[in-house]
Design a protein around this ligand. Sequence first.
Ligand SMILES: Nc1ncnc2c1ncn2[C@@H]1O[C@H](COP(=O)(O)OP(=O)(O)OP(=O)(O)O)[C@@H](O)[C@H]1O
Length: 240
Amino acid sequence: MKPTLELRHVSKTHTSPAGDVYALREVDLALYPGELVAVMGPSGSGKSTLLNMAGGLDAPSSGDVLVGGSSIVGLPQREMAALRRTRVGFVFQDLNLVPALTAAENAALPLELDGLSTRDARKAGIAALASVGLEDLADRYPEEMSGGQQQRVAIARSLVGDRSLVLADEPTGALDSVTGEEVLMVLRDRCDAGAAVLLVTHDSRHASWADRIVNLRDGAVVDVVGDLPEGAETSEQVTS
Ligand SMILES: Nc1ncnc2c1ncn2[C@@H]1O[C@H](COP(=O)(O)OP(=O)(O)OP(=O)(O)O)[C@@H](O)[C@H]1O
């Protein structure tokens, strides 16, 4: 089994007037289909930077990032945008749905932006909503839904079409603990159906849903709890 996402020796340095800040140091990480991997660590340890590297929102200072076996470092902006519409979904803490669009339209948005017909995009959007248990709310607007329902729409949008990699940054942060747990269950369920999710969280209860927990300190991986899935190929096997 090949990794959905791979970070190889990824480092990121921010240059500021006060000197260089090492946000990530030589991070190696592979995420396989079906896996939920939690990233934990104190404030400033590099969690968001790692997610930004994984989704091509920011480029590493050194090292490589591969999605589906292909490097995304240095991709032209247009190709990077296409990658995010078709392969990699994001879920953030602030639900960032479009208020003027229904749940189905929000979920279908990446496909519409990618040029799919409205009809086909809507069909896929409703299928994505069904996968998070919200098909009955397809025609509701975000303000007519609870926070947890809105976050499930955001998850549907992150997975719509053939996308199988979700990068989630504190997706439960704005929710109460019961609703947060429900959102985690939806993410877990999507992983069990074959998606791969990289989840940044401060909450160890949420991390307990993960197959592996990666702990960051000062930009470096200091500890990994949990095993690679059976049949996982290492970086060397993948490249050879
Ligand atoms: N644009 C930037 N310029 C300078 N330093 C930055 C920049 N972005 C991040 N950093 C620094 O990089 C380090 C890692 O930041 P990052 O946001 O990845 O941490 P985090 O673990 O996500 O923190 P939090 O839990 O508080 O969100 C921090 O020391 C931060 O101050």
